[in-house]
Structures are given as structure tokens and as C-alpha cells.
Write a protein of this length. Structure first.
Length: 689
């Protein structure tokens, strides 16, 4: 047994150390134990996430020695508000207690648990047992009278004189007799229990040793469809640079497809030093526009707009026009500079120097990005750097931006992001930050924990049914689902997967349906996706040939029409079906063909159920026998039901969990079924819910 080492310099409440592990000395009279509160991220170090209107169900192990009854309260409040709200917790199997609350505002809420031995409940329970056994209870009634008298005093201290008088009257009644039927009826009455419960003795209550928190975000944080474009390519002439006004002209068609977030590549001035040419050539030719991520020039930096795109008036007009189409403009937040950025001259201490005195440009060996200087977050002037980077977000928020897609956040310190997002959310909890971090899983998870609202994922590279099922189960189950909100992207300007390169339009259609139905948040690098752009720079590369990152592209709008129609349909299905607007109900079902994937989602009230059957092979027709979990679909064993394909409007009558499905990817790679129960009315007419 390990030895106990006590620090004699400390008094009551001192640390006790068992082989070096510190723990607080327990108060000798506090008997209730509160453990294993869920949800809690890293033991409560970071907040869980919810959407405004979603309830937070809190569970905990609560128990004590012996057989006394316990009581527990879930306490919650808006952070820094001071006053706590309380809810009674319900005792479940295996000493697992539960209660739920629904935050009523954006921002951070705190919650914790109080638990105590409830002597009144214990007395009432044991009294009922003695009466059932025919035992003498006169002394027990007097003991109850004492408990009620104490409750009466607490009611008086709380300022409720009426309740105090009622409790004292009950105490007097129990104290004055020898166990009459009338006294027994009063003692065991539910009304007396409810009254006593309002003024419990919590002097020996155990308070959980940590206050936990939940971040409450607005609806678009939990349900959104993103469309990414390069404003300079919104042009009908490759020799003419697109403008923000041109983007305004595109808004009706983007809104018609059902997108609610328009994400723009960086709109700032682009440096000329070491500017990259087409296909990432080291040298740019005359007129080459360079990469928008090489931010900064004589015209300004992160708070300026590229002159060829327009000015701040044009940007505000774009934001306003997007709002009229029920969309929001998301800006790219890329904390890096071109060699021509004003920061380089004004704050050379914010950049790292190489041995020859030159500033270190960005590298991911063997790749070199000579047109980009990363910030040195180890600079001694880090506080000024942090303040300036925050001012960039503040500036664009003032211009009406409420969503930021953050470029490569995994290359900046976690402490910085925790500080920045907390500072912004302190005044503007409606701001959404999307983490673009395709990196090691624990790094991606940590970024979500420190505050990012949404996160890019590995979905982009998960292709087989087994990969998709195992990965999405990880994303949509606790503990990861409590803090990590996935945003699924089939393609990005940086990523053209081999699956899309080789699979042609069927692969693009498949990845669209999967992204839009597996996750409540998804996005597309729009113009390239619409035309099924699958040409790589070279074999084995995920870079696009003629990448839009380095040149203006003109897209074939005629060839984009079929994909736009499918995108419009799938986004309409998402809007019309609450089941697709959250991730926690995602469940996978069986099928006897590993080239097919079957999954369902249901709404909170279970009235809306969606079943998706997908062929993940973009080359061949695949079919298989389903093995559906009927209970998950809200159906009984061998029940008749209808599945209504919301993409084609086809309807099929099924019975039970075994049904055959076949899909030709050249036509459509997936069914998105609305499950409708097959019922009969009182007039014996069949209809479907």
C-alpha cells in the first residue's frame, strides 16, 4: 500500500499526496460522490458544442455509502452571469443520474452538479416500509416532524412565509400523535414531499469539483452548404479580371442551387515578388495574377481589397446582396504575407530570419513557397503580433462578415487560436470559424477543442464503404461529436483526389450525395465541381492542371448544367428534411455487397426519416440485399412501408428489412429515400406518413 505524505504546513483542506498524486482532503461529513459527468471534453478542460435550441443532456455517476436516498441538482448559467438555474436530476440504472437543459442564448454556458444525502426522502421511504410491515411508527413520525421543522426554518430564511407555515403545521401534526392513519397519510403524501423538496438540507452537499462549459452557436454553425469560388474568375473573358460586382451577378444562380455560404478565396492585394506563374511555375509572366494567398502589396495588406476586384463599397454591396439571397459571405483568413506586405517593412521582428539575413519563406519540403512569408509566433513581440492579427478579424466583422474559413490553422499555436476565438466570441458569439487543417488527427481535434466552430475532415480521401462507415461513426459519436463539427468537402482548390480524377462525372455525383447527406455541413469548390474537373497537373499529383490558384479560369457553364440540377435537388432535399440537418442520428445498416453503403438519419421528433443507399463504385452497376435496422427507422417487424426517392421522385413499397437495390452509377449513384409508414385510415384507405 502506498505511503501517505502530509504537508504539515497546510491546515484543513490541505493537499494529500499518494505517491505524488495530489488530491483534496474530503470533507468528513459530505457523503455523496459525483463522478464521470458527461458530456465533458478532456474532463471539462474545453467546452462541448451545441446549436441554439438544442438541449444538453448531462449525466453523472452519483452514489453514497449505505442505503440513504440521494438528491441531485444540475446547475447551469450563462457564463459570468452570476445567478445559477437548477434542475432536479433523475436517478437511473446503475446509479447514473440525468437532467437536461436548453441554453437560451448564444455564447458560453456553464454547468455543474450538486448532490447530497436526502434525509427526508430516506425517512419517507423507510416509513412506508414500516407501515406496510405493520410496525409501530410513533417515534418515526416524531423524527419526520423534526425534519419538517428544519425545512420550515429554511423556507422562512428563503422568504417564503406561506410554505414555512405549511411545513411547520405538518411538523406539529406529526409530532402530536401516536401513528394514526391520518398522520400516516399526511407523512407519505406526494404534496408534502414536493413541498419539502423545495427547501432541502444542502448543508452537506457535494459539489462537483469542476465547472464545465458548453459553447452555443447559431443555426448556420450546425447546418450549412458552402460554395467556394475565385472572384477574379467570374468573367467571360480570360483577359479581363473578374470583380466583386461580377460576383454579385452570380449570386442568383448560386442561391438557386441552394447554397447559403459563399466562400471567397482571399480578396486582398497580391504581392509581385517571387509571384508564381501558371501551374505553380517559379516565375510569373507579364499579366500573371499570382496566388491570392500571397497577401499584401503597395496597395495594402489583410485589411485591403485587390484593386482589380473593386473597393470596400463593392464588398459591402456584395455582402448586402448575398443577404438578400439568404446567403452569407465567408472570407478566407490566411495569416501569412507576401514579401511586399506592409508588415514586412513595418514589423520585420514578426518574421524569422535565415542565416544569411533573408526572411524565411514558407516551405513544406520539398515544396517551396517563395511568394509567402509565415509569421514567427515565437517572436519576442508576440503580444503585438497577436493584437494585430485580431484586429484583422475585427475589421472584417465591422464590414459585415460573420464567417471565416481559416487557412492552415495547424501551423499557428493552439494558444493563439484559443485566445483569438475567445476574444472575438466574447463580443460576437455569432462568428463562425472553419478550420482548414488537413493534418494529424490529434492536431485537428485540438483545434476544434480550442474553439473552431467547424472542421475540414478526411472524408475527402475516404472512398470505400468500410472507410466511410468507420470514419463517419467516429465523427458522429461521443466523445468526438461533442466538440468536432465536420464539414465535408469532396474537392478543394488544393485537393483533386485520385478518385475524382479517374471516376469522372459518376464519381463527382457520388461524392456530392455522400457529403451532403452524411454531414449537416458540407461544401464544394463550386465551378470546378460543376464541370467535373478531374485533370491533374501530373500523374500521382492532387494538384489541378491549370490550377485556379495561379491563373484566371473560365468555366463551361453549359456543361455545368446537369451537375447544377443535381446540386439544386440535393440542397432542396436537405432544407426540406430536418433529419439531414444534424449528425447525431446517423446510423449505418447492413447490405451484402461491400461496394454499397447504407445509412439513415432521423429528426429529433422521429417524424422525418431519411434512408440513403449508395453505390460507392463509380465504374460498375452494383446491387445487394439490404439488412435494415427497422427499429432505427421507426418501423415494426415485417411492417409495410414506402420509400420515396427524393432525387428521382420514384416510390417503392417494401416490407421488412430485406429488400433488393441496384444502382447504375452512370445514371445516379444513390437513392435518397424518405421513409413513409404504410397506414390505413378509419375508412380503410391507405396513406403514407
Amino acid at each position: 500500500m502506498p505511503s501517505l505524505v502530509v504537508n504539515p504546513a497546510l491546515q484543513y483542506g490541505r493537499d494529500l499526496r499518494w505517491t505524488g498524486v495530489a488530491m483534496k482532503e474530503p470533507a468528513g461529513r459530505q457523503r455523496a460522490v459525483v463522478q464521470a459527468i458527461e458530456p465533458a471534453v478532456d474532463g471539462g478542460r474545453y467546452p462541448v458544442k451545441r446549436i441554439l435550441g438544442e438541449s444538453l443532456a448531462v449525466t453523472a455517476d452519483i452514489f453514497a455509502d449505505g442505503h440513504d436516498a440521494l438528491a441531485a441538482r444540475l446547475r447551469y448559467r450563462k457564463q459570468a452571469s452570476g445567478s445559477w438555474h437548477e434542475l432536479p436530476m433523475e436517478h437511473g440504472p446503475d446509479d447514473r443520474w440525468r437532467a437536461s437543459f436548453t441554453p437560451d442564448d448564444l455564447g458560453t454556458f456553464e454547468y455543474t452538479i450538486h448532490a447530497w444525502v436526502d434525509h427526508f426522502h430516506t425517512w419517507q421511504r423507510d416509513l412506508a416500509k414500516k407501515l406496510d410491515a405493520g410496525q409501530q411508527v410513533s417515534l418515526d413520525l416524531k423524527a419526520g416532524a423534526s425534519l419538517l421543522a428544519q425545512a420550515a426554518k429554511r423556507a422562512g430564511q428563503a422568504g417564503d412565509k406561506s410554505a414555512g407555515k405549511e411545513l411547520q403545521a405538518a411538523a406539529d401534526s406529526l409530532d402530536s400523535g401516536k401513528g394514526s392513519a391520518r398522520q400516516a397519510e399526511l407523512a407519505l403524501s406526494s404534496s408534502l414531499r414536493e413541498l419539502a423538496d423545495r427547501f432541502p438540507d444542502r448543508s452537506l452537499a457535494t459539489e462537483y469539483d469542476r465547472i464545465l462549459s458548453v459553447t452555443v452557436d447559431r443555426e448556420r454553425a450546425g447546418f450549412s452548404a458552402w460554395y467556394e469560388l475565385f472572384p477574379r474568375s467570374v468573367t467571360s473573358d480570360l483577359s479581363v479580371h473578374g470583380t466583386l460586382q461580377d460576383v454579385i451577378g452570380e449570386l442568383p444562380s448560386i442561391a438557386e442551387m441552394g447554397f447559403d455560404v459563399l466562400y471567397l478565396s482571399p480578396i486582398h492585394p497580391i504581392g509581385t515578388s517571387h509571384r508564381k506563374g501558371p501551374n505553380n511555375e517559379p516565375q510569373a509572366g507579364p499579366g500573371d495574377p499570382g496566388s491570392p494567398w500571397a497577401i499584401g502589396g503597395p496597395e495594402g495588406g489583410h485589411k485591403a481589397i485587390h484593386p482589380e476586384l473593386g473597393d470596400l463599397t463593392d464588398f459591402k454591396a456584395l455582402v448586402k446582396a448575398a443577404e438578400q439571397h439568404k446567403m452569407e459571405v465567408a472570407l478566407d483568413l490566411a495569416y501569412q504575407c507576401s514579401p511586399d506586405h506592409p508588415y514586412v517593412e513595418q514589423h520585420p521582428e514578426w518574421f524569422r530570419r535565415r542565416p544569411d539575413g533573408s526572411i524565411q519563406y514558407a516551405e513544406n519540403p520539398p515544396k517551396k513557397y517563395q511568394d509567402i512569408y509565415p509569421f514567427d509566433f515565437e517572436t519576442e513581440d508576440w503580444r503585438a503580433l497577436w493584437d494585430e492579427l485580431r484586429s484583422i478579424v475585427d475589421y472584417w466583422v465591422e464590414q459585415g462578415v460573420r464567417i471565416f474559413r481559416v487557412d492552415n490553422p495547424h501551423t499557428k499555436p493552439f494558444a493563439f487560436w484559443h485566445w483569438l476565438i475567445s476574444e472575438i466570441h466574447a463580443n460576437r458569439p455569432d462568428i463562425i470559424f472553419l478550420s482548414e487543417a488537413f493534418t494529424r488527427p490529434k492536431v485537428m481535434h485540438q483545434l476544434a477543442k480550442v474553439g473552431f466552430t467547424q472542421s475540414y475532415t478526411y472524408f475527402t480521401w475516404r472512398n470505400s464503404s468500410w472507410e466511410l462507415r468507420s470514419y463517419l461513426e467516429e465523427l458522429t459519436r461521443p466523445p468526438q461529436a461533442e466538440y468536432f463539427r465536420p464539414n465535408l468537402w469532396p474537392n478543394t482548390p488544393d485537393i483533386l483526389t485520385e478518385f475524382l480524377q479517374s471516376g469522372g462525372p459518376p464519381a463527382f455525383r457520388l461524392r456530392l450525395v455522400l457529403a451532403a447527406t452524411l454531414s449537416a455541413n458540407y461544401g464544394l469548390y463550386g465551378p470546378a465541381f460543376e464541370v467535373a474537373e478531374g485533370r491533374p497537373l501530373q500523374a500521382g499529383s492532387e494538384e489541378y492542371l491549370h490550377s485556379e490558384k495561379y491563373q484566371i479560369r473560365q468555366w463551361d457553364t453549359d456543361s455545368a448544367k446537369p451537375m447544377r440540377q443535381l446540386i439544386s435537388r440535393i440542397n432542396r432535399v436537405r432544407r426540406d428534411n430536418p433529419a439531414l440537418q444534424r449528425n447525431t442520428s446517423l446510423r449505418f445498416h447492413g447490405i451484402d455487397n461491400d461496394q454499397m453503403l447504407v445509412y439513415s438519419k432521423r429528426s429529433t421528433d422521429r417524424k422525418n426519416v431519411i434512408l440513403v443507399v449508395a453505390n460507392v463504385d463509380p465504374y460498375h452497376t452494383q446491387g445487394g440485399w439490404l439488412d435494415l435496422d427497422l427499429a432505427e427507422l421507426g418501423l415494426g417487424h415485417e411492417e409495410n412501408f414506402q420509400v420515396h426517392d427524393l432525387l428521382t421522385d420514384s416510390r417503392f413499397n417494401w416490407r421488412g428489412g430485406r429488400n433488393f437495390v441496384e444502382l447504375n452509377p452512370l445514371l445516379l449513384p444513390a437513392h435518397v429515400f424518405r421513409v413513409r409508414r404504410h397506414l390505413r385510415s378509419e375508412h380503410d384507405f391507405e396513406y403514407f406518413l
